[in-house]
Design a protein around this ligand. Structure first.
Ligand code: G3H
Ligand code: 13P
Ligand code: ZN
Length: 331
């Protein structure tokens, strides 16, 4: 039997995005796959009084089991209320790749859906997205679509450039599909290796600085669809502190580069209302576990290394909300 997200205490993203647009900040969307991540997200966002979008990917559903993840989301809402956090919480499908997956998530209690048709032709993307929107809106679930393809590290620079969102398509896409928000491609990408070293400049301190995001494209998009919520995927900063901690404790992350935080803060002040962060959390967890394994090789209680990893992740989330997304102290 289908369950409405409203019974589970989730909200869709409509009000969240309106407030974020008016307030000049972005709502954080953090991915989770396990208990420690969801604890860190809820406590980090609860303590910093930030709205939050809990993101579940298809990979997360395969890894953790869809029913278990949904119930973790549901438990997170209950835990938040018990702890006195009055923040809005959305449960969102990240990178939905089919109509059927979107329907299944909505029937199980998701409040927000992404249908990622960005790899399809423009026409196919419009058709698939419109079909998902029609179903979702009947259930008051909000929908994120995507136009443009995020660059991958394997792309050559020319190919990466040709996949930026084309501003002349956005108005037509939004009108034809009825989406509630739009993910765009302006230079971000998924993972910890967002740029090749040769795309970056090297500082005296040997720090790689990537090329700036294409704010000109973002501005052109904002002109064509004023006040419409924009989403940035691939927005981890790949914080040097954690990359160094990983590498100094036996890891091998060479040339990992992310999106500088000042660029994300600038984006958050614009029509960008949702910023997706997954890799930064993965790096924090890995860094802490590596550090503890090296310092305490006799430790074998998972709580003794997952606990500190969770606490550090919560600290990172509070920092992001306060200093990067600007979403802290809004509730
Ligand atoms: O955009 C992708 C997210 O980081 C989720 O990654 O598909 O490995 O769960 P995943
Ligand atoms: P990162 O890999 O930069 O964290 O991006 C996550 C994301 O876009 C999830 O959809
Ligand atoms: Zn993404």
């Amino acid at each position: 039997m289908a369950i409405s997200y409203k019974e589970l205490g989730f909200v869709n993203t409509r009000e969240m995005f309106k407030k974020a647009m008016d307030g000049g900040y972005a709502v954080p969307a953090y991915n989770f796959n396990n208990m420690e991540q969801i604890q860190a997200i809820i406590n980090g966002c609860g303590q910093s009084r930030s709205p939050v979008i809990l993101q579940v990917s298809k990979g997360a559903r395969n890894y953790a089991n869809a029913t278990l993840l949904l119930n973790m989301g549901k438990g997170a809402v209950e835990m938040a209320r018990e702890l006195g956090y009055s923040i809005p919480i959305a449960l969102h499908l990240d990178h939905g790749d089919s109509y059927e997956l979107c329907v299944s998530c909505i029937e199980s209690g998701f409040s927000s859906i992404m249908i990622d048709g960005s790899h399809l032709s423009y026409q196919e993307n419009v058709e698939l997205t419109r079909k998902v929107v029609e179903y979702s809106h009947r259930h008051d679930v909000t929908v994120e679509g995507e136009l443009g393809i995020l660059a991958g590290i394997e792309d050559d620079v020319a190919a990466a450039r040709s996949t930026y969102t084309q501003p002349e398509e956005v108005e037509d896409f939004v009108k034809k599909t009825g989406v509630d928000s739009l993910a765009i491609s302006i230079g971000t990408s998924h993972g910890a290796y967002k740029f090749k070293p040769e795309q970056c400049t090297l500082s005296k301190e040997c720090i790689l600085t990537p090329p700036p995001l294409r704010f000109d494209i973002l501005e052109e998009i904002e002109k064509r669809i004023p006040g419409f919520p924009i989403v940035l995927h691939g927005a981890s900063s790949v914080l040097l502190k954690y990359v160094d901690l990983i590498n100094s404790n036996g890891g091998a992350l060479a040339d990992a580069v992310g999106i500088p935080e000042d660029q994300l803060r600038k984006a958050a002040r614009s029509a960008v209302c949702k910023i997706n962060i997954d890799s930064d959390g993965r790096l924090v967890i890995t860094a802490m576990i590596r550090k503890i394994f090296k310092e305490k090789p006799a430790e074998f209680d998972p709580r003794k290394y997952l606990g500190p990893a969770r606490d550090e992740l919560m600290k990172m989330i509070i920092e992001k909300n306060k200093n990067v997304l600007g979403s802290a102290d809004r509730y």
